[in-house]
Write a new protein. Structure first.
Length: 274
């Protein structure tokens, strides 16, 4: 028995491989964190190594103090996770104040959690609070078509939500709340973490201009599916704009969006209609 035989660790690794296979994780691009359930922590605990030193995050989130997270490593490649989990991913424990982490398993030989850990942690705090603890996954990737859209469309939640909803009929069902947009910012620090977590109070997904996308969800399937759906819609948008040279002959109209919402029993974010 190894820690990689535990289902949650296996599923986490599978999601890393799936993201790599989609082409969303060039080099060390992207990162994935999962907030572990108490019974998953206990299943993994026999494999814990002597804890590392506490390291401050630069952000504070008291609501998830003491929790444990699976995380990808800073500078590590998604491509390598399945081949060598112990060096590319790890489990960190958050301290009692909610402002520091320490490594309890993995990230071997001096590796550290993802450079975006402050963003992930603040997003976890916000999404857990917004969903009564249901949301456990934060996923950041670099999907090319969505990034391309950030060079063409105004960087507003309204412009991106409408463009994506209109690019595939399933989109309003998959993300009825829409997507937020963070303007271009320096990645890796507290400022972009706070800006993203502000948007995550309202949205399941936040676009980072000229960089990528953050998605949140209750489990790996839903969160990966959200990333996949948004990027597929972005691809269709880019294809349609290219083929039509910027002119669309027809699209999914607002009344069509309302009809989808009614049929599928979802509530669309009304401020993006009309
Ligand atoms: O982990 O994607 O945003 C590398 C990144 C930083
Ligand atoms: Zn990134």
């Amino acid at each position: 028995m190894a820690i990689t035989d535990i289902k949650i660790v296996r599923d986490y690794i599978r999601m890393c491989s799936d993201g790599w296979e989609q082409g969303w994780h060039e080099r060390n691009g992207g990162n994935l964190t999962y907030r572990m359930r108490p019974e998953e922590v206990e299943a993994c605990r026999p494999f814990f190594t002597g804890p590392g030193a506490w390291t401050e995050m630069g952000v504070t989130g008291a609501s998830l103090a003491g929790e444990y997270f699976l995380t990808t490593g800073s500078g590590k490649y998604f491509r390598n996770v399945a081949l060598n989990p112990e060096h590319n991913i790890g489990i960190v424990e958050i301290n009692g104040r909610g402002d520091a982490w320490r490594i309890v398993w993995g990230l071997a030989d001096g590796a550290k959690p993802t450079s975006e850990f402050p963003s992930h942690y603040m997003n976890h705090c916000v999404r857990a609070a917004a969903t009564n603890g249901a949301y456990r996954v934060i996923y950041h990737a670099h999907p090319a078509n969505l990034i391309a859209m950030t060079y063409v469309l105004p960087l507003t939640a309204r412009d991106f939500t409408r463009a994506l909803w209109q690019s595939a009929t399933e989109c309003p069902v998959v993300f009825p709340g829409g997507v937020g947009v963070v303007p271009w910012m320096v990645p890796g620090g507290a400022d972009i973490a706070m800006a993203t977590s502000e948007l995550m109070k309202e949205f399941d997904a936040a676009v980072w201009a000229h960089h990528g996308l953050f998605c949140s969800g209750p489990d790996f399937d839903t969160t990966f599916g959200l990333m996949h759906t948004i990027e597929k819609a972005a691809q269709i948008w880019v294809l349609a704009q290219s083929a039509g040279q910027g002119r669309l002959r027809q699209t999914i109209e607002d009344d069509n969006l309302r009809a989808i919402a009614k049929e599928f029993g979802v509530t669309l974010n009304e401020k993006f209609l009309g």
